[in-house]
Ligand binder design. Sequence first.
Ligand SMILES: [Zn+2]
Length: 299
Amino acid sequence: MIFAQHILLALAAAASLHDGFNAQQAFAYTAKVAGFGERWPGSPGHASTEALIRQTLRKDGAQIEADNFTAKTPRGPIEVHNIIGKFNVSADPKQKIFLLAGHYDTLFQPGFIGANDGASSTAILLEFADALAGHKTNMQIWLVWTDLEEAIKAFDADDGLYGSRHLARKLSADGTASRVKGFFLLDMIGDKDLGVARESGSTRWLQDFIGVAAKQLGYSDYFFRYQAGIIDDQVPFLEAGIPAVDVVDAMFGRMGPGFDGMGEFHHANTDTMDKVSAHSLEVVGKTILRTVELLDAQP
Ligand SMILES: [Zn+2]
């Protein structure tokens, strides 16, 4: 019996966080969320997505927090619902916190379902919740589903990033920001032709950790082969003094004259399930969780 117990303990120790990432399940979550249809705030698809996030967090034993407010937008007031699922919260008031975030809203555009832009980021976080269930880390891990990332009219200083701006300010104001070791934003990472940009405004040392993790897993080809400057939900967190990285595939389909600056399928109704793959979700999901392991092992 003692011998058998030792084998069980050894197996438990070997099961690392990144090994717990199930790419097929992440893909199934992506299909489910995309299947809800348009998911702009106030839409039925948005409400269904919120319900799925909450249901998954309850199943996985997270502490659920809401960050709700009314945003002033060019379309009038809009109710915004950021959802946070916290894992491994200890009694230590100085415990470090790591944030993994992605937006779950979609563009206000009739017929736009955003399998990659919206569903893939929502889904990878749902699968992170499943991987984190019952998995011990030193840091608190917060999964953050940001709302109303998409601009109502056009991205500028005041339009877009509504949810992330509100949450970053809140963490600054209540002093939590100083305990946040880092922030990874995941966006459009389901692209089956995966290439994660080296986003030029992101925190370089934190980005380099992702490069190390990718190398360890044999995924270097998918990361940082090109540079791009992207305004996304990481910006308000950078402005709050939090080390932050935008993990984004900024080339979605063909590039060039006549196409959107982020590729032919970006913000197009052709952003559908045939453009995403379980393999891409696996590459990004495992690499990000491996990076979290590396950071968690640091003093
Ligand atoms: Zn978008």
